[in-house]
Design a protein around this ligand. Sequence first.
Ligand code: E4P
Length: 218
Amino acid sequence: MKFFIDTANIDQIRQAQALGILDGVTTNPSLMAKEGIKGESNIRNHYKQICDIVKGPVSAEVISTDFEGIIREGESLAEIDPNIVIKVPMLPDGVKAIKYFSEKGLKTNCTLVFSAGQALLAAKAGATYVSPFIGRLDDISYDGIELIQQIRLIYDNYLYETQILAASVRHTLHVIKCAEAGADVMTGPLQSIMGLFNHPLTDIGLKKFLEDFHRSQQ
Ligand code: E4P
C-alpha cells in the first residue's frame, strides 16, 4: 500500500519524506487555507515547493464546479509539475472532466466519494485515483472501511485500474484496516503514519538490548 500524507504543511511533508516511506501528497482547499496560502501565484508556488520535496503524485484540487472551469483550472495545475494529479470533486461535470483528462493522459483523483456507486462512476470515467473519505463516514456512523472493501470487490470484478486512495484517514488503526481491505493508497496526517512505529515491547526490548550491551562492555 502506498503512503500519501494529507497536508499542505511543508514541515510535516519534509518530516514524512525524511522517513523514506512516503509515496505522495494530497491537499485540499481547506488544508491550503489552514497554511494561510492565498492567491493564485502563492498557491502555484506552494504546489511547486511540495513537488520539489516529494518525487511522487501530488494532488491539487480544482475550485470550479462546471466542466469548462474544471478543464481550465486542471490543465493549468497540471502545468506546474509532471507529478501533479488533478483533484476533481464527484459531480456530473467532474466525472465528465475526469473522462476528458484521462483521454488527454492527465492524472486525476476523484474526491469527495462516499458511496460505491460514486466510485463506479469515477472508474468508468478513467480516474487514476478514487478517494473514499473513510473518516467522514465514520463520523456519521457509517463504516468507512466497509466502503473500501466494497469498492475493492467491484474494481476487482471488472479489473478497473483506478487506484483506491483511502482518504480522510484519521488514525493509525485506519491505516492498518485500509491495508487489510486492499486499498492501493492511504492518505492521512503525519501522526497516523508515526503511530505505526509504536509498540511498548519494541521500547522495552531495545532498552534491554542497549543495557546488556553497555554492561558487557564494562
Ligand atoms: C482527501 O484527499 C482529503 O484531503 C482528506 O483526506 C480529507 O480528510 P478530513 O476528513 O480529515 O478532512
